[in-house]
Design a protein around this ligand. Structure first.
Ligand code: SF4
Length: 74
């Protein structure tokens, strides 16, 4: 599907696991944000374009709580 060519993995967040470290925002600020009230992770883009995939993968690797799960395109 063309959509899969143009986009990277879909991102699933476990906000209950998030410890508000902010590593994901540092790795991919175009994709991740933190709630101003509690610091918990929020998504700017549900399924980012492929050119942002390296930062998304880095964010998932750097997350200390395993709160970022990447679902690869089928
Ligand atoms: S890196 Fe993980 S724990 Fe830190 S804010 Fe992002 S999702 Fe939450």
């Amino acid at each position: 599907m063309a959509d899969d060519v143009l986009t990277g993995p879909r991102i699933e967040l476990d906000r209950d696991a998030c410890c508000s470290s902010g590593n994901c925002v540092g790795a991919a600020p175009e994709v991740f944000d933190q709630d101003e009230a509690d610091g918990l992770v929020m998504l700017r883009i549900q399924r980012p374009p492929a050119d942002l995939t390296p930062g998304v993968r880095r964010a998932a690797q750097l997350c200390p709580s395993g709160a970022i799960r990447l679902v690869e395109p089928a």
